[in-house]
Design a protein around this ligand. Structure first.
Ligand SMILES: [Zn+2]
Length: 413
């Protein structure tokens, strides 16, 4: 039989009632052994797009995994070459900048606003990694470019170029799979101007960011790490938080004070949120994290392609064990097996990818509900399908609505 393989399990040796093992690798298989339930009105169904389903709450720690964003750096020089540190010094500087940005992400402090809030400060489950391009032999993820036309960053005046993509179009490397960071000195005319105020600046443009400042003789990497995180968050879809247009209830409207001045409206406390302009820019709320992770698990998004495909590497030694009833909503990318224990019901919705060889194992007495779900492998491989141990498979696997099982390997008989 092409689709449906029935194996008399070894379990029967130890049980007076025969249990059977079924390997299900397509919806045809599921329809043969399972039972169909009435589907909800589509209007009533859960939304796979709801950011709430992508928040790394501790209760989701059994399946939530840290996502690593690939990064490279481009240091821009003019022919004089004196406006950034020498390139060999820029490399450790940027390495430490990225390390500090990573540390700030992990430390995610509590929100200052609103006063008395109970907004959770969660582990963001995000990290960075310097990444060399596979297309360049001697690439280490750091590039030096000398270009008198495009080396500088100017965000004021008629020659402003902060939103100009020319430097990205000319020098970006693999910007469909690596976040390209352009490190650009401030234009010297700006620095020389009497009205120039020293400040760092950055902008996110597609999957690249431009960061500027570096006017000091001895720049400090930690002065640029929060700005870096702010721009990366823009790339991953976050808007500024001080106006009420960011779609997050947990980032309150505020006067966007850079620091406490003692005078209204900045008498304090002031925001410390990453997406406001303030001298801390550290706190990231559950809604903001949910929105970033939603992008990562959206297979149509360009941001997903900037993230290391850890979901393609099978981890057979760390299965996700389901000991109680759980209802999974939201797209997920798993590198591990799922084991549904006796007495537990796991309901799956939205899109879930499995690493090569990873399986859903339903133990005897467990139950799997396919509720408008797409199960697949997103790495060009085959995942292991559903292994069902059951006396009565019509009770152990049920399905409703529109379900798809793709790229699941079949057992040979
Ligand atoms: Zn911004």
């Amino acid at each position: 039989m092409k689709y449906f393989i029935l194996i008399i399990g070894a379990i029967s040796l130890f049980s007076c009632k025969k249990a059977q093992v079924y390997h299900l690798s397509s919806m045809e298989d599921v329809r043969v052994v399972g039972s169909e339930l009435p589907d909800l009105d589509p209007e009533m169904r859960v939304s796979c797009n709801d950011w709430e389903n992508y928040v790394p709450y501790p209760k989701n720690a059994h399946w939530f995994e840290k996502e690593t964003i690939r990064v490279n750096f481009h240091c821009m020089y003019d022919t004089i070459g004196d406006k950034l540190l020498p390139f060999e010094e820029m490399k450790p500087f940027l390495y430490k900048l990225l390390d500090n940005a990573d540390l700030r992400l992990r430390s995610n402090p509590k929100m200052n606003l609103p006063e008395g809030n109970n907004t959770p400060n969660l582990e963001p489950m995000l990290a960075y990694r310097i990444t060399a391009s596979p297309d360049f032999d001697d690439d280490d993820g750091y590039f030096k470019h000398v270009d008198n036309e495009l080396y500088f960053y100017l965000n004021k005046g008629k020659d402003r170029n902060n939103y100009n993509r020319a430097v990205i179009q000319k020098y970006a490397i693999d910007d469909d799979s690596i976040l390209n960071v352009f490190v650009m000195p401030v234009h010297p005319d700006s620095v020389a101007s009497k009205t120039y105020k020293q400040h760092n600046a950055g902008v996110a443009l597609g999957t690249s960011i431009k960061i500027s400042g570096f006017w000091e003789e001895d720049p400090k990497w930690w002065n640029y790490a929060s700005m870096f995180n702010h721009e990366v968050a823009h790339v991953f879809g976050l808007a500024h938080a001080w106006t009420k247009t960011d779609g997050c209830e947990d980032t309150p409207e505020n006067p966007n004070c850079f620091q406490i001045t003692g005078k209204p409206p900045c008498e304090g406390p002031i925001s410390n949120n990453l997406m406001d302009y303030n001298n801390e820019q550290m706190a990231i709320t559950p809604c903001q994290l949910g929105r970033m992770h939603r992008k990562i698990h959206d297979i149509r998004s360009k941001q997903r392609k900037l993230v290391n495909e850890r979901w393609c590497e099978y981890s057979p030694d760390h299965p996700i064990v389901i000991p109680n009833n759980q209802n999974w909503v939201g797209n997920k990318d798993l590198s591990r097996d799922i084991i549904v224990k006796p007495g537990a019901t796991l309901s799956l919705s939205c899109r879930i990818s499995f690493a090569k060889g990873a399986k859903i194992i339903v133990e005897k007495g467990g139950k799997l509900v396919l509720d408008n779900v797409r199960l697949h492998n997103d790495c060009g491989d085959q995942w292991g399908g559903i292994i069902l141990h059951s006396h009565d498979p019509s009770q152990s696997i049920v399905f409703k609505g529109s379900n798809v099982i793709e790229n699941a390997g079949t057992l040979k008989t």
